[in-house]
Write a protein that binds this ligand. Structure first.
Ligand SMILES: NC(=O)c1ccc[n+]([C@@H]2O[C@H](COP(=O)([O-])OP(=O)(O)OC[C@H]3O[C@@H](n4cnc5c(N)ncnc54)[C@H](O)[C@@H]3O)[C@@H](O)[C@H]2O)c1
Length: 357
């Protein structure tokens, strides 16, 4: 299989977030110019601070629910902007839906105007609370359209439908990554997903709170493996119209995860059980045979090893600056680079409401 070549400029939305920041690093390392777009809703300045001074990196503070005007053409669009953790997408419910609807439309329009390849960050949540295990790409899912996760699951299902319609109607080279639980350094300590929550509580000497019995299972993919999968899905030729699961196929119970984190952090914190949310899926596990066959990809990093890296990162972050580290303020980054990146209109639409679970 060949790979994309030429001027190699990528538009990456959600670049200040957990995955977006690692993808920024990877694409810069691979010789690309990165045009990063984010509205800083859940993303953080610190995630990209190390890129200050890199002339191949530009930042636009912009909300993708508004049309994008770019300073020049791009070869590739990676649409990763969206709240991703349950507390974040519940707190920003309308914004999550509009980001996945309007944001996807606007970024597809950019790809169409530039003749660029397009990669959508979708999610295992499109499978809902599945009654098929593991979940393969042909499984259509079991999603409640008005349930408490629907703003995210249905937002992503709509985004997939729009991306696929653009592939069929406009002939766009669209690829869809259905990403399963991914973890690693740079997730916000208040992200709300299970691994950062457990690690931060253990390091702060607080009880690890397990929902229900803890026998429900999840699979966890280390961010380095996920970035490799996205890179392959993005750069290999011959994948237009493909939908591919990316995640770790090994299941772990939440109780085992809690025990592992307690051991690896060398803390004696208790494991306490709290009521399980009604919408908590019982099992989630990807069938990655399409990724293995089409991308020659499977995750390499064992859970213990990925957790060790992640714990070390949180330990350093917690001791470095306490709570202030989660404050954002990317305009400083723009000034530091001396690039006029804020020239396009930007807006910030944040709906108020439901507190995170
Ligand atoms: N991390 C995972 O395990 C996982 C799993 C499945 C899918 N995904 C998908 O990957 C993408 C990134 O997830 P993440 O874990 O890095 O989350 P994240 O919250 O760390 O990053 C999302 C980024 O998008 C930005 N953003 C949100 N709305 C925006 C808007 N309207 N305009 C511009 N920027 C906006 C946020 O500020 C943030 O920087 C999301 O689309 C998510 O649905 C992630």
């Amino acid at each position: 299989m060949g790979s994309i070549s030429g001027s190699r400029r990528v538009l990456l939305t959600g670049a200040c977030g957990f995955l977006g920041s690692h993808l920024s690093d990877r694409f810069l390392a691979d010789g690309w110019e990165v045009l990063a777009v984010d509205n800083l809703l859940t993303g953080r300045q610190e995630n990209l601070a190390h890129l200050r001074g890199d002339a191949r990196f530009q930042f636009i503070h912009h909300d993708v629910t508004l049309p994008l005007a770019l300073p020049g053409p791009v070869d590739l669009v990676l649409h990763f902007a969206s709240p991703a953790s349950p507390p974040a997408y519940r707190r920003h419910a309308i914004h999550t839906l509009t980001t996945n609807a309007l944001g996807t439309l606007h970024t597809l329009e950019v790809a169409r105007a530039c003749g660029a390849r397009y990669v959508l960050a979708s999610t295992s949540e499109v499978y809902g609370d599945p009654d098929v295990h593991p979940q393969g790409e042909h499984y259509a899912g079991r999603v409640d359209p008005v349930g408490p996760r629907s703003m995210y699951a249905e937002g992503k299902r709509y985004a997939e439908a729009l991306a696929m319609a653009s592939h069929r109607a406009w002939g766009l080279d669209v690829r869809i990554a259905r990403i399963f639980n991914t973890y690693g350094p740079r997730m916000r300590r208040d992200d709300g997903r299970v691994i950062p929550t457990f690690i931060v509580r253990a390091l702060q000497g607080q009880a690890i709170l397990v929902h229900g019995s803890g026998h429900q299972t999840r699979s966890f993919c280390y961010v380095g493996d996920l970035v490799e999968g996205i890179t392959r899905l993005t750069t290999l030729d011959g994948l237009a119209g493909d939908v591919i699961n990316l995640g770790h196929p090994q299941e772990h119970s939440i109780l085992d995860l809690a025990g592992m984190i307690r051991r690896l952090t060398c803390t004696e914190v208790p494991i306490a059980h709290v009521p399980r949310p009604a919408d908590d899926p019982h099992r989630r596990c990807p069938d990655i045979s399409a990724a293995q066959a089409r991308l020659d990809w499977s995750p390499r990093v064992p859970l213990q090893e990925g957790l060790r890296h992640t714990i070390e990162w949180y330990r350093a972050a917690l001791s470095a600056d306490g709570a202030a580290a989660d404050a954002s303020g990317l305009p400083q980054l723009v000034e530091a680079q001396g690039v006029e990146l804020d020239a396009v209109p930007h807006g910030r639409q944040v709906d108020k409401g439901v507190a995170g679970a």
